[in-house]
Design a protein around this ligand. Sequence first.
Ligand SMILES: C[S@@+](CC[C@H](N)C(=O)[O-])C[C@H]1O[C@@H](n2cnc3c(N)ncnc32)[C@H](O)[C@@H]1O
Length: 377
Amino acid sequence: MSKTLQELLHMVDRRTRVWLAVCGDALENAESICSTYSNEGYTCMNQDAVRNSFFQKTIEYTQGRNWLEIGPGAHALLTQMALRKPTLHSLVAVEANEQSALEARKCVKHDSRCRIITGYSTTYAGEKCVDVVLSEIIGVIASSEGVIGVMNDLRMRRYATQSTAMIPARAATFIAPVQLGSIDICRGGNVYASERILLLRGMRVDSANLANDVGMLEDLHFDMLIADRLTHHSTLQIVKSGQCHGFGMFVGISSPMPCRRYTRSKIATVEKWHANDMWTTSDASDHHYSRNWRNPVALLSTPLAVCVGDVLNLICIVDHATTSAPVYSICYSLNGNPMGQLTLTHTDMYPTFQLLQAEMKYDRSYSNMTIPVKQQP
Ligand SMILES: C[S@@+](CC[C@H](N)C(=O)[O-])C[C@H]1O[C@@H](n2cnc3c(N)ncnc32)[C@H](O)[C@@H]1O
């Protein structure tokens, strides 16, 4: 087990459950994620009041007769928000998870304007040039559940055109060098860990960030075709001396609805990101934040010592961005000296996790512990 992971697991308190990734057992791509959606996941989304308020207001604001929804889920929450609009003439919702599609149909059966179709969106064949595309298929890294490929496909097959309103209109992933403390790790009650990534709930970027701002990993505009390779350069100034455990991330989604009602992030890059439009992020430093997304932290194998005044340069690259399994690379240099590169594949992002036994957790012998390996049948 890496030095960083050992150090972080030592900070876990007695109430927090630790889940370790099982080596060799992971979801391969975005399609396979769809099959794992369960009531638990949908309920978590239903309870995310900030996220839902973002969609509710955006849907109320958006005009259009013919709507296409990708991924209504089992409870068809956003579908029902859209169906409250008297101006809506028809809504087709395409859901890849068969069981969820069945349940969604029951939720909207009273409304003849709505049709739920089972299947992955790329296989959908129906009326072209819709007025509105509605979807919430944003991953813990915005593009990690395949949203780029899905939106590009709708544009290339002319379901979405220049005049189609996209909800959300834009999504981004922000990234920052973080030093994590026990509070950061234990806040969500569960820690999901592998050698390469930690998944936390409710990361407060203002307290964990060692830099003056956050960088950008990706910035996706759904009103145009998005390239297969995305590159972002960020220069950050270190403002707290400490040990950088890795790069923490959070997502943002925005809509073209003018609004400044939400508490704004104090982070310059986020504030500038879409200044006058409505947006929400999964950064818990924001007073109102969307809490259903976990925050990934790409882990360094050994913590990196940084000092006030150091300059950190990040080059973030998303490769195979338009496929259902994008690959993320973070190249980092300190004061002009290249320090290394972290790579996250789909398998790193979506492993199967196994709950760590309490005895193992409390004997504090993480140094002897290895990540479990999938048993061959
Ligand atoms: C994050 S959930 C959103 C559920 C619901 N729309 C909400 O926001 O509360 C994503 C849903 O989209 C489905 N999904 C993801 N990608 C899809 C695609 N390309 N085509 C059809 N369904 C998809 C998943 O199976 C899942 O049910």
